[in-house]
Write a protein that binds this ligand. Structure first.
Ligand code: FA5
Length: 344
């Protein structure tokens, strides 16, 4: 039996040395170590060996089984490594900086482009960018901004309520409160971001974008607000763009104003005939603004005797529609490439 094992080991070793590929190695494994393999068959013969010889023969057979299995596995791995190395060498990339030819050029969305431009203008005037949550509490979205409980002013902004008394912010103004709670004056911030209202037609969208502005310091006046907004309009639409402030109402500003600019379609000449953009009024509303109400300053522990502030809220879609002469707000959200490609 030991002689048979020695012969089998020598034959298997010779066959292993001459194996040239993975298929041959697998065939060799099956031939010797498989269920019906030669070594397996010899192991079955162990029962016929004398009992005193059986441990020695058994140990030898197991040694050959383990070593042969290990040798086949090692040679398989080594051949695999060699094959991968050869593949790497033959596949080697000549120049990783060459373009792949599959790149589809993207473009920044027009609303993002307009937001960037607005931020850039106010950055130039010394404003820092601030951010706040889009899911808000009633306190930040309404109460802290001086909306009394059950007051009809809350209906001006059709609110999407989330569970547990939370809501989707209806404007970027709650970020005024978050920032003032954290910082002391003087401060000048702008807040670009998404807001939500239950509102849907060709000039209103359920999700839209605003850029909030807030400046608080000693001796700030309405003239500072007007000068700042004038600079914004000139930078955005050009030197000769007419602009006017119209009295309005927001619970968190007093006095409040809406700002109109001359319609670029009919050049600000009121009573033009058939202007699609301004409906022949000659004016387009672009934002809401005002002096921060002293009650709001008190809510964040600012002394209204010492500090004054102004704030404004710009509708980004409105600016983009005027800038590009677009009359349906939904075009911004449809994701239609022929529309979006025009802004690439
Ligand atoms: C506000 O949201 C105030 N928070 C703005 C403000 C800030 C006033 C600071 C004073 C001080 P208003 O609801 O008017 O105001 O919205 C501001 C702008 O958002 C509007 O002029 C309009 O351009 C835009 N807007 C309002 N609703 C929609 C809508 N559903 N879709 C697109 N744009 C909208």
């Amino acid at each position: 039996m030991l002689t048979k094992l020695k012969k089998l080991e020598a034959a298997a070793q010779q066959a292993l040395d001459s194996c040239a590929d993975a298929d041959a190695l697998e065939a060799l494994r099956v031939q010797y170590l498989g269920k019906k393999g030669e070594l397996t068959a010899l192991l079955k013969e162990l029962q016929s060996v004398d009992a005193d010889q059986r441990p020695v023969v058994g140990a030898e057979a197991n040694r050959i089984k383990v070593e042969l299995g290990e040798a086949i596995r090692a040679k398989t791995e080594s051949m695999d490594r060699q094959r991968r190395q050869q593949q790497l060498e033959s596949d080697s990339i000549e120049d990783v900086t060459l373009p792949s030819g599959l790149i589809m050029p993207g473009a920044i969305h027009p609303l993002t482009q307009v937001t960037h431009r607005i931020v850039e203008i106010f950055h130039g005037l010394g404003y820092a960018v601030a951010d706040g949550p889009q899911i808000e509490t009633d306190y930040y979205n309404f109460s802290a901004l001086n909306f009394p409980d059950n007051h009809p002013a809350r209906d001006m902004q059709d609110t999407f309520f989330v569970e547990n008394g939370l809501l989707l912010r209806t404007h970027t103004s709650p970020v005024q409160i978050h920032v003032m709670e954290r910082r002391r004056p003087p401060l000048k911030i702008i807040v670009p971001g998404a807001v939500y209202r239950h509102d849907d037609d060709i000039t209103h969208s359920p999700i839209f974008y605003q850029v909030e502005g807030l400046a608080v310091d000693e001796s700030i006046t309405m003239a500072d607000l007007k000068g700042t907004l004038r600079r914004f309009v000139v930078e955005m639409f050009g030197d000769n763009t007419p602009m006017r402030l119209r009295p309005s109402f927001f619970p968190f500003t007093e006095p409040s104003a809406e700002v109109d600019m001359g319609c670029p379609n009919c050049c600000g000449k009121a009573k033009a005939k058939g202007c699609r953009l301004c409906g022949d009024s000659g004016w387009l509303e672009i934002l809401g603004a005002g002096m921060v109400d002293p009650a709001v300053l008190e809510n964040v522990d600012y002394d209204p005797e010492r500090y004054q502030g102004f704030a404004f809220g710009i509708g980004v879609e409105r600016i983009a529609m005027i800038l590009y002469g677009i009359d349906d707000i939904r075009l911004f959200y449809d994701g239609a490439l022929p529309f979006l490609e025009q802004f690439a």
